[in-house]
Design a protein around this ligand. Sequence first.
Ligand SMILES: Nc1nc2c(c(=O)[nH]1)N[C@H]1C(S)=C(S)[C@@H](COP(=O)(O)O)O[C@H]1N2
Ligand SMILES: [Mo]
Length: 300
Amino acid sequence: MAHRWTNKLTRADVTPEAVFLNRRQILAGLGAGAVVGLPGRSAAMEDLEPNTLEEISSYCNYYEFGTGKGDPKENAHMLTTDPWTVTIDGMVERPGDYSFEDIMSRMTVEERIYRLRCVEQWSMVVPWNGFELADLLDLAGIAPEAKYVAFETVLRPEEMPGVKIPVIDWPYVEGLRLDEALHPLTIMATGIYGKPIPNQNGAPLRLVVPWKYGYKSIKSVVKITLTDSQPPTAWNKYSAREYGFYSNVNPNVDHPRWSQATERRIGDGLFSKRSPTLMFNGYEDEVASLYEGMDLVKNH
Ligand SMILES: Nc1nc2c(c(=O)[nH]1)N[C@H]1C(S)=C(S)[C@@H](COP(=O)(O)O)O[C@H]1N2
Ligand SMILES: [Mo]
């Protein structure tokens, strides 16, 4: 397909998790000084050392299962993810209900290792398995008048104990401009470390937009609507002053209540050195052109 992009951050094959755990232990044993001296390891590569599946699936934000970081792991087993249907409607040629099996049978799943930067100043690195959102939208055929893509998470109060509390105006909704949605970095993830995505991470399929704050990556998607007007987003409805539509990772634009200049990597320990946050979460070369001429303070 024309929009195929060679991901320089991705290994060709899924490396078994055990290899990574082993490598981490070896690196920990050598100490930081020795790591820097290892041949063939650039600083950027070191930074993209994936977190363990245990870390990724234990420290989660999925408020439908509770607001504590450990709540989703505790409660998300209640979510029924099979059967699963994604409704694709609005400005498309072939609106309808697409079953998860049907989608999977038509997609090529590949691995993408992305840094996830949460607005709460933590980050982790996740080896996702997924496919480009553009390929999913191609199934339905984008109508020429479409300008935005709206997403919706499943809402099942009987399976989601967290929705009893109206933290968010449920269901959780998100939106992207069409060019952001079609960017080859934007994926629908269906797995982590080559296994089906854990429920607490958004099973059976979730959006991942690596240059935006984590909350743009909406979980357990049941509805995708192509539209010509900017869609509402869950956190913008909660507080428009704090959470804009774009939500691009930007170390120069602080959240009104805290700085976004640095981040703490999950797994490094609470007292480890914080790292500087990178513009567009390190994906500046790939995505800066989408925002040329835009005021990124106003359009935060
Ligand atoms: N439906 C839904 N999607 C969601 C959230 C949520 O509470 N509900 N939290 C978001 C936030 S704030 C972050 S940081 C990421 C976290 O993804 P992870 O838990 O898989 O790391 O999911 C995002 N997607
Ligand atoms: Mo987040």
